[in-house]
Design a protein around this ligand. Structure first.
Ligand SMILES: Nc1nc2c(c(=O)[nH]1)N[C@H]1C(S)=C(S)[C@@H](COP(=O)(O)O)O[C@H]1N2
Ligand SMILES: [Mo]
Length: 963
């Protein structure tokens, strides 16, 4: 293919000065500016590569300025902002070529830590403020504004490279970076551990390679999907892609070194060092791809000739060209050769295109069938699909209609799996007829060199045994403005060498990934000013704008096959604004400033106020009927409960908040309130019982005992050996801890809070507490993402502190035959206890309390219905069966298994309506029977329906209590 001029960069424009003038010797001797992210002031920049831009991009004066700073910094190097290179940098940096027949990396501009990151675990990561944050402040998920990204040309600077971080960035200091190690294990004859020092040693020198790769997040262009229907992903615009020159060792070479078993091995797993709620980030690719030079997989330590920036995997990452970015694992710690795909949570529940029929709700229902769908390898994304976007005209750009004037349409395109984009088509009549665009492939410029090495790596792409295309390309088409003036929109589509062409219609799926339908730009005509105005489909993140939003707001159906536009003769559709799911907890009409004094005046049981995200709420209405009981509201009085609230409440609870919003805490008051309690507030003389309703108190993890394949008992020691927990029967405690700690992750932790009922007796002076915890990987969207806490607990090293607070809960078993529900006493003779899975724990606590009294003292009868899938899932089985055996007159215990093995003698099937009809039946006319329920959401909803719903068993709502 002929190489035409790229939009922003041509081969002859390789810049003459490196970003940092990398000349090792000079560095060491002169102490010239060092790392790209430590610099406060620009040193040397080069903007040679932006001289062929359209008039709408950066002005010449900016260029001039930078040229000046270039010369000034050369002539008068100031010493304060120049720290010497670390050994790590010295070891990695290579001489920067001054010119080349292929694009060289443009200079990054200096960056520093931004104030807004200081309060996050990423407070050590310097970043460019131009990047658009897609998921609030943290975690860091960003894309560049589209035009500057494109204008930078073929290679993207660090400043504008998109970032996709699932969690905090692992902090790796220069001093530790060379000894950073990773393992290659699994199906291989000689598993190895390699350090970064090893990789850059002379032993491997000849094998090192450098080549450009475009990384693309599978979510690129997802905002468009989210406009059609909210997916389970955040809103990427069309700049979720970036290109760098990467240097490293071929993955296949390293696998061979470890003696890969290519007969048994089928997959290669990667694991990163970022400790996330569901474990370390990890994924896998096919072994055959890993061994194929045409696939170009590498383990990389240099990005555009610089050590990896922390956001991009410092010090070591995987680069998988031609596939979605999600496979290119950062902060690489582990490679495993296996006969099966990765079972990492992020491999299963991320980066998939599920069938379009599956709704977000359904996808998170956690049923066995749904888990099977998630795990279906056929739905995992590997190769990128063919995609393209329009950059010029830009969103909201205007062009004056003039006779004879032309306009150059420009944009980018890419394809997957090393395939090349071979065709670009543009239509001005919604796809009836097409025009052919020009394509330029700057990547080809790297193929012409046969000898060259750059940054210590062999460059030549063809010599590496491949001719695949791993990078984006640029398309363009010059049209008379009058032609654009007679059109109502521009649609574009790319085709790849397998003749796969972008589809007109969107394939919507629950994660909103791989969106690649025709990119459409609407043309508006303003006859008054004789101008055209262009409108892109969307703007990234929550930024307003774009025709999709506009069409939707005016009642158009984006899925009608015509981008929601009304066809001639079609009746206008009634406007039904779709409910937007951005949850506001405040009341917009409230405009009252509240001081700390005023807040503290509501530290009472009668009119408690509390603070959430700096806003003040009146909790009085929740004293009755709050699922956590009145105590949970009273305990929150005059406190900032943001963390706890957000950790344990559903979206639904959040939508209930605006009516109770009373005002905003003044900034000074908020600062005072959120300053940590003085240490003296933790009692120095241990109290007889441990729990405190308003204070988080530390206990120490002393043992973990495995009781089944996925269940453990976690024991914690309290403050002294004769202290009791102080948890009344029927109540729970809150557990607070931080995200999984790890040796190679110094990032600040994330706080997780959950309610648990211990299985140890909370009234005994035993000095400890035992929690029975089933460790599970929840499906996304399942109840409270329960796995977050269980994973964190599981990862917790012995002797770690964990904080407890409580008691909390609306139910109390006060004394034999006497309960309290939301502070109202109730006499009981019978309890129906329905639970599933770990829902047994609060039930077990009450049961044990009743049975610890002789039948003469507490004759309360208990019907226990425990539902599980298989026998191994039944928690506390032995203890339960023993109690039931000893106290036949008081307990009737029924285990139900929905998927029993053939040997199971007990009840089979789900706990359903006929079952409850026959074993529980209707309500107790004397109203001395209560139904206590604890289990997953689905079970609780079902019980509510069956017991108290219309046509149900006829129970009063007040007699059925959900824990
Ligand atoms: N360890 C780790 N690797 C990771 C991720 C992550 O969160 N943790 N995100 C992945 C995803 S989804 C993408 S798109 C790319 C983004 O790479 P970048 O942030 O360097 O652009 O990294 C991938 N590798
Ligand atoms: Mo991604």
């Amino acid at each position: 293919m002929e190489v035409t001029s790229s939009p922003a960069l041509t081969a002859s424009q390789g810049f003459t000065k490196s970003p940092l003038s990398f000349q090792k010797q000079k560095y060491i001797e002169d102490g010239i500016p060092r790392s790209f992210y430590d610099l406060e002031k620009p040193s040397i920049t080069n903007l040679d590569d932006i001289d062929s831009q359209s008039s709408t991009s950066q002005s010449c004066s900016e260029q001039d300025q930078d040229q000046q700073s270039l010369s000034s910094s050369e002539s008068t190097p100031s010493s304060e902002d120049q720290s010497p290179l670390s050994d790590f940098e010295k070891a990695l940096l290579h001489t920067q070529p001054t010119s080349a027949p292929y694009p060289l990396p443009p200079a990054p501009t200096p960056i520093s830590v931004l104030p807004l990151d200081l309060k996050t675990p990423d407070s050590f990561v310097p970043r460019d403020p131009a990047l658009i944050r897609l998921t609030g402040v943290h975690p860091f998920n960003v894309e560049a504004p589209l035009t500057p990204l494109y204008d930078q040309g073929f290679l993207t600077t660090l400043n504008l490279h998109y970032v996709r971080n699932h969690g905090p960035v692992p902090q790796v200091h220069d001093a530790d970076a060379l000894s950073w190690s990773f393992t290659i294990e699994g199906l291989c004859s000689s598993p190895i551990t390699l350090t970064l020092s090893d990789l850059i040693s002379s032993r491997f020198e000849e094998e090192v390679v450098s080549y450009p790769v475009t990384l693309v997040c599978a979510g690129n262009r997802r905002k468009e999907q989210n406009q059609v229907r909210k997916s389970k992903g955040f809103s990427w615009g069309a700049a979720g892609l970036s290109t760098s020159l990467w240097t490293g060792l071929p993955l296949g070479y390293l696998l061979s070194l470890a003696g890969v078993d290519s007969r048994k091995g089928k997959f290669v797993h990667f694991e990163g060092a970022d400790a996330l709620p569901n474990g370390y980030y990890g994924t896998s690719v096919k072994l055959s791809h890993a061994m194929d030079p045409e696939r170009g997989m590498m383990i990389s330590w240099l990005m555009n000739g610089l050590p990896l920036h922390p956001d991009h995997g410092k010090p070591l990452r995987v680069i998988i060209p031609g596939m979605i970015g999600g496979r290119s694992v950062k902060w690489l710690k582990k490679i495993v050769i296996s006969d099966r795909p990765s079972e990492n949570w992020y491999h299963i529940y991320d980066n998939r295109v599920l069938p379009t029929t599956i709704s977000p709700e359904e996808s998170g229902n956690g049923t066995e069938e749904m888990v099977k769908i998630w795990k279906d390898e056929r739905y995992a994304i590997y190769d990128l699909n063919t995609n393209s976007a329009v950059v010029y005209p830009q969103h909201e750009e205007t062009v004056t209609i003039k006779d004879g004037a032309t306009y150059e349409l420009k944009g980018y395109a890419y394809a997957g799996g090393g395939r090349r984009v071979t065709r670009m088509e543009i239509s001005l009549d919604q796809g009836k007829t097409w025009l052919l665009g020009n394509i330029s492939y700057p990547e080809d410029l790297y193929r012409t060199e046969t000898e060259s090495r750059i940054y210590g790596g062999r460059l030549d792409l063809s010599q590496n045994g491949r001719d695949a295309s791993f990078c984006w390309c640029f398309w363009s088409l010059v049209l008379p403005v009058s032609t654009l003036a007679s059109a109502s929109d521009i649609v574009v589509r790319a085709m790849d060498e397998a003749m796969m062409v972008q589809p007109r219609d969107m394939y919507w799926s629950v994660l909103g990934m791989m969106n690649n339908s025709w990119f459409r730009v609407v043309i508006h005509h303003d006859s008054a000013t004789n101008t055209l105005r262009f409108e892109h489909p969307t703007q990234p993140a929550l930024q307003p704008g774009g025709w999709m939003e506009r069409v939707k707001k005016s009642g158009g159906d984006l899925t009608n096959g015509f981008w929601g536009e009304r066809q001639a003769g079609e009746a206008p559709t009634p406007i039904t604004p779709p409910p937007e799911k951005e949850i506001t907890m405040t009341n917009p009409s409230i405009n009252r400033q509240i001081t700390l004094e005023e807040l503290r005046a509501h530290d009472s049981e009668t009119n408690p106020w509390f603070v959430l995200n700096g806003e003040v709420y009146d909790g009085t209405a929740f004293l009755e009927g709050h699922p956590g009981g009145a105590a949970s509201i009273i305990n929150a009085a005059a406190q900032d409960i943001s963390d706890e609230f957000l950790a344990i409440h559903s979206e639904n609870a959040k939508t209930m908040m605006p009516p109770y919003h009373v005002g905003t805490l003044t900034p000074q008051s908020l600062t005072l309130l959120s300053s940590p309690n003085p240490p003296s507030s933790i009692p120095s003389t241990p109290r007889p019982s441990f729990l405190h309703p308003k204070q988080w108190l530390p206990a120490t993890l002393i043992s973990k005992t495995k009781v089944s394949s996925d269940t453990k008992i976690f024991s914690f020691s309290l403050q002294h050996p004769t202290q009791s927990l102080g948890l009344p029967v029927g109540q729970h405690l809150l557990v607070r801890l931080s995200s999984p700690p790890s040796s190679h992750n110094q990032a600040k932790p994330e706080t997780i809070i959950r309610a648990y009922t211990p299985i140890s007796d909370g009234s005994l002076p035993s000095g400890k507490v035992d929690l029975l915890v089933k460790i599970y990987y929840p499906t996304s969207g399942s109840k409270q993402g329960g796995g977050k806490m269980t994973q964190a607990l599981d990862a917790l090293p012995l002797h770690s502190p964990v904080e407890f607070k409580g008691p909390t809960g609306k139910f109390l078993y006060l004394s034999p035959g006497l309960c309290s529900i939301n502070s109202h006493q109730r006499a009981v003779t019978n309890l129906v206890m329905i639970c599933a899975g770990s829902g047994i724990t609060p039930i077990f606590q009450i049961l044990r309390s009743i049975l610890s009294s002789p039948a003469s003292a507490d004759p309360t009868k208990c019907l226990v219905l425990d539902g599980n899938r298989v026998e191994e899932d039944i928690l506390c089985r032995d203890a339960l069966d023993a109690l039931a055996d000893q106290h036949k007159e008081r307990i009737h215990l029924i285990h139900s298994l929905s998927r029993p093995q053939a040997t199971w003698k007990g009840r089979k099937g789900r706990m359903d309506r006929p079952f409850f009809q026959s074993v529980v039946g209707g309500p107790d006319p004397a109203r001395k029977t209560l139904v206590l329920v604890c289990g997953p959401d689905g079970l609780e909803r079902g019980i509510k329906e069956i017991f108290t719903g219309k046509g149900g068993l006829g129970w009063e709502e007040g007699d059925v209590i959900f824990f």
